[in-house]
Design a binder for this molecule. Structure first.
Ligand code: FDA
Length: 394
C-alpha cells in the first residue's frame, strides 16, 4: 500500500491543473488515468489547436442548476491567469473570433505545458491504470485499489474523470459512479454542444444541402445565438447549432433565421414590382446560397416568375427564411458531443474548494460537475478554474 497526500482520478484538463497546484504546495500527488495517453480531449480540441480559454469568460457563459456555483472558481482563477501560464511557456496564440483563444501551432503545446508543470511540481502520472475499488476509511482517508491489485491510500481523493462525450477516446461514467457510491445526487446528463438530427423525411429533403453554411440566428427556449450554421447529411451543425443544442430538451423545436441581415418578405415584395419576370428562387438567391434558395422555393412549390406569385405565398416563403421552424428528431449523441450537461449536483459541493460537503476529503472538478460552458473555450476555463480551486486545499 503506497501512501500519497492526493490521488487524482483523470489526467485531463481539470485533473492536471489540480495536481500541479497541489504539487506546488508540497503535497505528494499521483494522477491515474485508464487511457494510455494523458489529456486526449485537449489533443483533439479546437480542431487540433485547442481553444484553451475565452477572454470574455463570465458566469453567464455557463449552464448549471445553480448558475452562481461557478462564480467563485472563475473569479479566483481567471482566463487571464491561464493566459499568463501560456505566455510563460512561450506558446503563441491568437484570438479567432468572439474572444476565443487558440494556439497558433498545436494543442500538444498545452498538453506539454501541463506535463512540464506536473514535472516541476513532482507530480506522478500513472497511465493505463483502472480503479476497481474505493473505500473511505474511518479516519477520513481513502483506500484505492487498481484492477492489477496496486493499492494507494490518500488523504484527498479528487475525481476529474470528465463527462460522457466521445467514449472512443476514453470518456466513461466513472466519475458519476463514484458520486453514486457516496450517495451524492446527480443531475441527469445529456449530450450538449452537439449536432441536431432530422427525421428520415426531412433528411431526404435537406440532404442535398449538405456542406452549405450560412450566418444564422438560432433560437430555442428563449435563448438565441448568432453564429455559423452548417447543413449536414444528418441534420444541422455549426457553432450556432452546437450552442443552442445545450438549451434544447428532447422534443423542443428551434427557430432559425437563415439571413439575419435581410427581411426576405421586403426583398420579395420589391422584386415582384421591380423584376416580375425573375424566378422566385433567383430572387431568393440574392440573400441565400443558390442551392438553399432553390430548395426552399421548391418546398413551397413556387418555381415560377415572382410576378405571378401572390403576397400570401411570398409571406409564407419569407417565414422559411427569417423564421424557419425546425423540429429536430434528436442529436448525434455522445459520439460527437463536445460536452455532457448535468453531472454531480453542485449543492453537494463547496463552490470555493469543490470539496464534497457530506464526504470531507472527496473532491469533484471539471466536466463531471453540473457546470457546462458555452462553445468557445469556456469548458476548458471551467476545468482550469475548478481544478486550480481544489488544488489550493487538497
Ligand atoms: P477530460 O475529459 O478532459 O479528462 C478526463 C480524464 O479522465 C480523461 O483523461 C479520461 O481518460 C479519464 N478517465 C475517464 N474515465 C476514467 C476511469 N474510469 N478511470 C481513470 N481515468 C478515467 N472545450 C474548450 O473549452 N475548448 C475547445 O476547443 C474544446 N474542444 C473540444 C473538442 C471536442 C471534440 C470535445 C469532445 C470537447 C471539446 N471541449 C473543448 C470540451 C473539453 O474538452 C472538456 O470540457 C474538458 O476536457 C473537460 O475537462 P475534464 O478534465 O473535466 O475532463
Amino acid at each position: 500500500m503506497k501512501n500519497v497526500d492526493v490521488l487524482v482520478i483523470g489526467a485531463g484538463a481539470a485533473g492536471l491543473m489540480c495536481a500541479i497546484e497541489a504539487g506546488k504546495r508540497g503535497r505528494s500527488v499521483v494522477v491515474v488515468d485508464h487511457s494510455d495517453k494523458p489529456a486526449e480531449k485537449i489533443r483533439i480540441s479546437g480542431g487540433g489547436r485547442c481553444n484553451f480559454t475565452n477572454i470574455h469568460t463570465s458566469p453567464e457563459n455557463f449552464l448549471s442548476q445553480n448558475k452562481r456555483f461557478c462564480v467563485s472558481a472563475l473569479k479566483r482563477y481567471t482566463q487571464h491567469d491561464f493566459i499568463e501560464m501560456v505566455n510563460h511557456h512561450e506558446i503563441s496564440w491568437h484570438e479567432k473570433t468572439l474572444g476565443q483563444l487558440f494556439c497558433d501551432e498545436s494543442s500538444f503545446q498545452i498538453i506539454d505545458m501541463l506535463l512540464d508543470e506536473c514535472d516541476a511540481a513532482d507530480v506522478t502520472i500513472r497511465l493505463n491504470t483502472e480503479i476497481s475499488n474505493i473505500i473511505r476509511r474511518d479516519d477520513g482517508g481513502f483506500d484505492v485499489t487498481t484492477r492489477t491489485g496496486a493499492q494507494w491510500t490518500c488523504a484527498s481523493l479528487v475525481v476529474a474523470c470528465g463527462g460522457l462525450s466521445i467514449p472512443k477516446i476514453g470518456a466513461t461514467g466513472f466519475g458519476y459512479q463514484i458520486a453514486r457510491q457516496f450517495g451524492l445526487n446527480i443531475i441527469p446528463t445529456r449530450a450538449a454542444l452537439v449536432p441536431l438530427t432530422f427525421d428520415p423525411e426531412l433528411r431526404a429533403q435537406m440532404g442535398q444541402l449538405s456542406g452549405i453554411s450560412v450566418d444564422a440566428v438560432v433560437q430555442c427556449n428563449k435563448k438565441q445565438f448568432r453564429e455559423g450554421l452548417l447543413f449536414t447529411h444528418r441534420g444541422l451543425s455549426g457553432p450556432s447549432i452546437l450552442q443552442i443544442s445545450s438549451y434544447c430538451d428532447e422534443g423542443d423545436g428551434i427557430v432559425v433565421n437563415l439571413n439575419p441581415e435581410e427581411d426576405a418578405f421586403d426583398l420579395l415584395k420589391s422584386a415582384k414590382s421591380e423584376t416580375p419576370k425573375q424566378a422566385v428562387h433567383t430572387v431568393l438567391s440574392r440573400i441565400l446560397p443558390n442551392r438553399l434558395a432553390q430548395m426552399i422555393t421548391a418546398r413551397h412549390d413556387l418555381e415560377r416568375p415572382i410576378g405571378e406569385t401572390g403576397d400570401k405565398a411570398l409571406r409564407k416563403l419569407a417565414m422559411d427564411v427569417n423564421q424557419w421552424a425546425v423540429m429536430p428528431n434528436g442529436t448525434e449523441g455522445y459520439r460527437t458531443a463536445e460536452v455532457t450537461i448535468g453531472g454531480v449536483d453542485t449543492n453537494e459541493l463547496s463552490s470555493k474548494t469543490m470539496e464534497c460537503r457530506s464526504v470531507p476529503g472527496l473532491y469533484f472538478i471539471g466536466e463531471v460537475v453540473d457546470v457546462t460552458g458555452h462553445l468557445g473555450g469556456f469548458n476548458f476555463q471551467w476545468a482550469w478554474s475548478s481544478g486550480w480551486s481544489a488544488g489550493q486545499v487538497v
